[in-house]
Write a protein that binds this ligand. Structure first.
Ligand SMILES: [Zn+2]
Length: 480
């Protein structure tokens, strides 16, 4: 007997090469796993069920995968856009005011936003991850986490200046600082990897080539490989990184990483937005996995990441929401629409990067990027029951046209905003339904957030760097 039968569903399984459409389907679950999926009569004919969910003809599909996000920075949502040097003059100064003790609350808010918009798996890249994981655990989502290690200790800034360092150039690296970061990531792995029947996995994260020495990058790779894990790093994320790498090694970021063997199948390369065609070809030929954060990079850099070309070259691409200060949301439906649309605008060609390919980026390919496609990303017997139900009865999904052309996938990518998510399940457990979180009191969390926002305002108000931000100037002028 099945534990659970979800029936009377329109299915997109994302199994096989396309979207895996099944018109009148069912999914059977035992424990945390899918045991049968297919046409209703086949699945229902096999066995009875202890519990049945009638999907009422609505869509059941895999939960979305957000491959790259910095969850705690949500407290600075919408404060870091429309600046020339985003990281140094907007994002960095703002997130410096996030206190470690407040960060789990912010992560909770970012994850709630993602879950309400259909995401079930998060590639969270933030600190202090040991504490942030309390939010992932509480909400019941799946996560592939890392903490991020650099050898740049900004606390030493005054000392660098005394030693002749000029702001805007590559800061000096501090090996001991980086080693401590690696040790913390190993401790994180030892404590959390495999938690709750593999609901939480831990991977390793040297932040970027320009922030770590060659020795530390290679040490990270050894540590990750010894655990059959992955390296998750930002690659060619801004001109500063390429300039710093040329200064240090004579090579831009991608050729440099290749020269030391870091361009490899166990590397997740985030952004790759400041790249030449040859560099993208090189990365694809090395079977690097790409985390594409279209809205973030569009807003903060005015650049379209090369997802279309990387995919055409055979690379696997997942979508990430990145960060809220300059995205300004954690919503993979928004990432799908932008990724499909910006590729067309960039190519001046409406036929490139069709919706079904982008839907795969948001599901099965995202799972491949994070190395969790054994668990999630498609509805298949043997995988964990990570799935969402989407309303097909009204706009933006209605009318559903099935013959001779199906509009389901196109409307998921170009019309759905996340408002149609009716239910969300991870490992066979409902974590979100009827706009409520099963395990967390949304109202209480939002009250805490409002109080924390007041304290954050007070902290950034005293910071002259923040007062210089264009958005602060516009605020003073009364224009916004
Ligand atoms: Zn990032």
């Amino acid at each position: 007997m099945y534990d659970l039968l979800i029936t009377n569903a329109t299915l997109l399984t994302m199994a096989g090469d396309g979207a895996g459409y099944i018109e009148d389907g069912a999914v059977a679950v035992e424990g945390s796993k899918i045991v049968a999926v297919g046409p209703r009569e086949e699945v229902e004919g096999n066995d009875r069920a202890r519990q049945t969910i009638d999907a009422g003809g609505n869509l059941i599909m895999p939960g979305l995968v957000d491959v790259h996000m910095h969850s705690a920075s949500v407290i600075a949502r919408g404060l870091a856009q429309e600046v020339a040097t985003w990281m140094g003059s907007a994002y960095g100064p703002l997130v410096r005011h996030i206190r470690d003790e407040d960060a789990p609350l912010y992560t909770m808010v970012a994850l709630m936003e993602g879950i309400a918009n259909g995401t079930t798996t998060f590639g969270d890249y933030d600190a202090p991850m040991n504490e942030l994981l309390a939010s992932h655990v509480a909400l019941g989502n799946r996560a592939v986490v890392c903490q991020g290690t650099t050898e740049i200790n900004w606390a030493d800034r005054e000392q660098w200046i005394e030693q002749g360092w000029r702001p805007g150039t590559a800061p000096p690296l501090n090996r001991a600082y980086g080693e401590a970061g690696l040790a913390a990531e190993i401790a994180l792995y030892d404590r959390w990897h495999g938690y709750d029947n593999d609901r939480i996995r831990v991977i390793f994260a040297p932040v970027a080539a320009d922030m770590t020495s060659e020795e530390l990058l290679l040490e990270f790779q050894r540590v990750a490989r010894a655990r059959n894990s992955s390296i998750h790093l930002h690659v060619a994320q801004d001109p500063r990184e390429n300039n710093a790498m040329v200064e240090r090694s004579g090579l831009r970021a991608i050729p440099y990483l290749d020269s030391i063997g870091l361009l490899a199948p166990d590397t997740i390369a985030v952004h790759m937005c400041m790249t030449t065609d040859d560099e993208i070809e090189l990365a694809a030929s090395r079977n690097v996995r790409m985390a594409c954060c279209t809205n973030s990079i569009g807003i903060i850099d005015g650049v379209v990441p090369p997802a279309r070309r990387f995919r055409e070259l055979g690379g696997v691409v997942g979508l990430g929401s990145d960060q809220a200060p300059g995205n300004n949301s954690h919503n993979i439906f928004a990432e799908m629409r932008a990724t499909a649309m910006f590729a067309k605008i960039k190519a001046d060609d409406p036929t490139v990067l069709p919706a079904w390919q982008v839907l795969r980026m948001a599901t099965i390919d995202g799972a491949r990027v994070l190395g969790v496609d054994d668990l999630t990303g498609s509805l298949e017997a043997g995988k964990e029951a990570d799935l969402i139900m989407i309303d097909l009865q009204g706009p933006p999904m209605a009318p559903v046209i099935r013959h001779p052309a199906r509009n389901l996938v196109a409307n998921l990518v170009y019309a759905q905003t996340g408002s149609g998510v009716l239910m969300s399940m991870v490992a066979g457990k409902v974590i979100y339904e009827d706009r409520r979180f099963t395990n967390v009191d949304k109202t209480a969390v939002l009250h805490q957030l409002a109080a924390a926002a007041g304290e954050f305002e007070a902290a950034i108000s005293a910071d002259p760097v923040v007062a210089d931000l264009p958005i602060a100037q516009l605020t003073r002028s009364g224009l916004i």
